[in-house]
Design a protein around this ligand. Structure first.
Ligand SMILES: [Zn+2]
Length: 452
């Protein structure tokens, strides 16, 4: 069965306009109802593989409405009399970088024609709710599902203050009127993070949400509720009961939280327990909450699991990764940052670390900053074995907890420019002319000098 879409499928006779922020699976169902057919019939002329996946809910859930490759979006647009942008705007990929991280490979995996995504891949996206569960507001147009309602934290229609359907009336019976305001407030906070108008002070929105869900799970365990599953996260009782406390937990340094952690982990390593919870929610933030909890548990900061391959600088903090810098960096960056570039600027961030450790940590960060590599690759390239990651890990925890991560990376970035510009005076990229990666895609701007 071919995994290419038919390039020129017969257009349907009618155009059914998408609603604002409508979700793709809902749109497809709505259009199918208008034609009194099943959704698979609509897409069969584009791809018989797609049609057959749609008839199998388990497979459809993994490839419907998350991402689409450009050629499939073009064929779909032609078939349904839509613009390509309209088709893409109904995919969850519209929230790329904010709530999901989709590179080209992941996009292909979730493509409804060529994708082979499984529920494991779906889980790897993190905290996206099961797309098989349609959810709607009984007071909005009941035919329209919105993309935002696919997320596990959406339990209300904020326009109508109405619980989204379906929800489990038995589980939610005790969400009393007095807690209603809190429920509304909680979701409004979550949505404002999603909209980018409010964020966790020390984390990207995505990492913030990952940690929030992990914290919610830990708190729910403490209250001897059942362990949270994706399907319970979007129950209103979770929102009203657990999420406000989880918010507090994530946003406050947690030296004293949670007190019953030792009981909870039942003799397992506390860091391992929390790592498992975070990873279950698709953690891409190696530190943050995990660091705080590990520190609380009396760990001296030496808890190392082979996460180094998962430790990347967040995209927002990778201002000088570009083809020019990658190649030069691999050739020119020293194994340990020179002392004159480290003391006192970089050591100011870490008064409790030795200068030698600061130099090693800075070299590792510099490598990650310029090449986009993970910590493991950086250490391999620089020839540092695992114990030499400890200074950087401790430094990272410290910077995230104190909200100085960006400031530190900026300082390392300045040092990198000095190092890379010395042997050959290649112009450093400026904010006006950000370096391109050769593929035409925009790159994050280099760190601008801090304005006075
Ligand atoms: Zn509504």
């Amino acid at each position: 069965m071919t995994t290419r879409p038919h390039p020129d499928p017969e257009p349907l006779p009618l155009r059914i306009a998408p609603a604002t922020a409508e979700a793709w699976p809902g749109y497809l169902n709505r259009t199918a109802r208008a034609y009194r057919c099943e959704p698979a019939h609509l897409v069969a002329p584009i791809s018989s593989r797609w049609a057959s996946r749609l008839r199998r809910p388990h497979l459809a859930a993994c490839t419907a409405g998350i991402a689409m490759t450009d050629d499939v979006a073009a064929a779909t647009a032609r078939r349904l009399n839509l613009r390509v942008e309209e088709v893409q705007a109904m995919q969850l990929s519209v929230h790329h970088g904010l709530t999901v991280s989709l590179d080209e490979e992941t996009t292909r995996a979730f493509d409804p024609v060529s994708g082979s995504a499984t529920t494991t891949d779906l889980r790897s996206l993190g905290w996206i709710a099961d797309p098989r569960r349609r959810r709607w507001c009984p007071r909005c147009d009941p035919d329209v599902d919105r993309i935002a309602w696919a997320y596990p934290w959406a339990v209300l229609c904020l326009a109508h203050h109405t619980l989204l359907h379906p929800h489990d009336a038995d589980r939610n019976g005790d969400v009393s009127a007095s807690r209603w305001g809190r429920l509304h407030h909680t979701q409004a906070r979550l949505e404002s993070i999603l909209a980018g108008t409010r964020g966790f002070s020390r984390l990207s929105p995505r990492d913030g949400f990952v940690e929030l869900l992990a914290a919610a799970e830990v708190l729910a365990s403490r209250r001897q509720d059942i362990l949270l599953e994706a399907s319970t996260v979007y129950e209103p009782w979770v929102m009203a009961d657990v999420l406000p406390a989880a918010f507090t937990a994530v946003e406050t340094p947690m030296d004293r939280w949670p007190e019953e952690l030792d009981v909870l982990v039942e003799g397992k390593h506390r860091g391992a327990y929390l790592a498992a919870v975070l990873q279950k929610h698709g953690s891409s933030s190696p530190f943050g909450l995990r660091a705080d909890l590990t520190r609380f548990a009396g760990e001296p900061g030496h808890f190392i699991r082979p996460w180094a391959k998962d430790i990347y600088l967040p995209t927002a903090h990778r201002p000088i990764t570009a083809s020019w810098s990658r190649e030069r960096a691999r050739r020119l960056l020293p194994r340990s940052m020179p002392e004159h570039l480290t003391v006192p600027t970089l050591t100011d961030f870490t008064p409790w670390m030795s200068d030698a450790h600061c130099q090693v940590a800075a070299a590792q960060i510099a490598h990650m900053l310029t090449t986009g590599a993970c910590l493991k690759d950086a250490c391999d390239d620089l020839g540092w074995s695992q114990p030499h990651q400890v200074p950087l890990r401790r430094l990272w925890w410290h910077l995230e907890s104190t909200g100085r991560f960006g400031e530190y990376l900026h300082a390392v970035g300045q040092a990198v420019h000095l190092l890379l510009d010395q042997p050959m005076s290649s112009p450093a990229p400026t904010a006006e002319h950000p370096p391109s990666d050769g593929d035409g895609s925009p790159r994050p701007r280099p760190a601008a000098p801090r304005s006075a």
